[in-house]
Design a protein around this ligand. Structure first.
Ligand SMILES: *[C@@H]1O[C@H](CO)[C@@H](O)[C@H](O)[C@H]1NC(C)=O
Ligand SMILES: *[C@@H]1O[C@H](CO)[C@@H](O)[C@H](O)[C@H]1NC(C)=O
Ligand SMILES: *[C@@H]1O[C@H](CO)[C@@H](O)[C@H](O)[C@H]1NC(C)=O
Length: 396
């Protein structure tokens, strides 16, 4: 400041000499960001994310842009920023006391307000697999995907759920990664990638939320913070997973119970919080099959249900000193789906109200992704219609 002397001593010419290159540099920087990956951060929307939820009442259809976006038409939002903005009119506030779904079912948080601020980029939503949906008619392939004929099986299923998990993460300003893991065969079944990869990823975040390829988020407008409050995930909680559905095979084998007769937790949804204790627990889980700590854990290297059973058989009994280090999410909220009961001996009628886990009907996952997107689009259209029908409707 001092270099310019007192205000007013700067000639118009000198101001122009400084301002023009600065403006050009600014335009260059902004467009460089814009041409980057779809998730490349843009400063202004990140600020908007930090500032949190803007409320249903706020006008969102004026074409108004955050400060810094007044430039030429080509300087628009990145894809992620657009999703974040688009859903603002219907996003449920993180501190909402309850949520009513499209069928009128109401879900409350039990009066808890543990998480009051949007966690934004402190949350990583992660897809994790040894496969990648980059084959023919799959989402990472460079050729145009034909959604109608996409197969919701094998790596195709990963592409289908990627659409759901990615869109959801961007709506709420969370980070998203697709982790393509190295195979662990033949020593371990590949589902054993979960403990060590999730432990690796939690180092850089406050929360990591893993959702299986056959698990679909139902209500795109409901943020994780609301669900954390509902599920009583506290500042001390290291891990949360849904309770499995009870399944009894024809031979009477109670497949979803551990050896103590307690129903297992389903590793189709894993929520980790970055606490020192979490790392201790995840190390014990990762190293379980070495049998240094848990004799007999080696049995679960290949035998179903692998890392899932190992967690419920050993880890959960050893790593829950305060009773809330491990949170068991109700089955009805984050496991099962309508119609699962009765199939292959499944006893419980868990609806997967917030996250449906299509263990026995992978094809239904695709329908579910479409429904979740169209439901939220419908909500947005209705919100827009309610406000703007005066401009859109002609009554004869
Ligand atoms: C929620 O967790 C806290 C500990 O963090 C516990 O004291 C409380 O009883 C739990 N509430 C419910 C309804 O489970
Ligand atoms: C399976 O376990 C449940 C709960 O412990 C028990 O009620 C049921 O009798 C068991 N079924 C069989 C066939 O063992
Ligand atoms: C949280 O963890 C600390 C350290 O283990 C413990 O002292 C405290 O009682 C815990 N709080 C609750 C509410 O469980």
């Amino acid at each position: 400041m001092a270099a310019f002397g007192p205000a007013g001593s700067l000639s118009t010419q000198r101001i122009l000499i400084i301002a023009v290159p600065t403006l050009l540099l600014l335009i260059f920087v902004i467009s460089a960001f814009h041409t980057g990956s779809v998730t490349a951060p843009l400063t202004a929307p990140i600020e908007a994310i930090k500032n949190g939820y803007h409320g249903i009442g706020e006008s969102t259809d004026t074409g108004r842009r955050p400060a810094g976006f007044g430039g030429p038409e080509s300087l628009s939002y990145g894809f992620s920023d657009m999703l974040y903005e688009l859903y603002k009119p219907i996003k449920v506030p993180v501190t909402a006391k309850s949520y009513k779904d499209q069928r009128g079912k109401e879900f409350d948080v039990g009066g808890r307000e543990i998480w009051k601020e949007p966690l934004g980029k402190d949350v990583l939503v992660i897809d994790l697999d040894t496969r990648k949906p980059d084959g023919k008619n799959e989402v990472f392939n460079k050729d145009k995907m034909d959604w109608e004929t996409v197969k919701a099986s094998g790596s195709g299923l990963l592409g289908v759920s990627h659409v759901n998990h990615f869109i959801y993460s961007q709506i709420h300003g969370y980070d998203y990664k697709f982790f393509h893991a190295k195979s662990m065969e033949p020593s371990h079944h590949n589902t054993w990638i979960k403990p060590h990869v999730l432990q690796q990823m939690i180092r850089d975040y406050k929360f990591v939320v893993f959702i299986d390829a056959d698990a679909i988020i139902q209500h795109l407008e409901v943020p994780l913070e609301f669900l954390f409050n509902r599920w009583n995930i506290s500042t001390n909680t290291s891990i949360a997973m849904p309770i499995d559905t009870q399944q009894i095979f024809e031979d009477g084998n109670n497949i979803s119970l551990d050896s103590k007769g307690k129903i297992v937790l389903n590793s189709g949804v894993v929520i980790l919080q970055n606490l020192p204790y979490t790392h201790e627990m995840m190390t014990a889980w990762t190293e379980c099959t070495t049998e240094k700590r848990y004799k007999g854990c080696g049995d679960w290297k290949q035998k179903w249900s692998h890392e899932q059973r190992a967690f419920s058989e050993y880890i959960r009994y050893d790593f829950n000193p305060d009773g809330n280090n491990i949170v068991e999410i109700p089955c009805n909220d984050a496991n099962g789906y309508p119609g699962l009961k009765g199939k292959a001996g499944v006893q419980d009628d868990c609806q997967g109200e917030f996250m449906r886990h299509y263990t026995l009907d992978k094809n239904a996952a695709k329908t579910s992704v479409g429904n979740a997107v169209m439901q939220s689009m419908g909500d947005l259209l209705q919100a827009n219609w309610a406000k703007n029908h005066g401009n859109l409707l002609i009554e004869e």
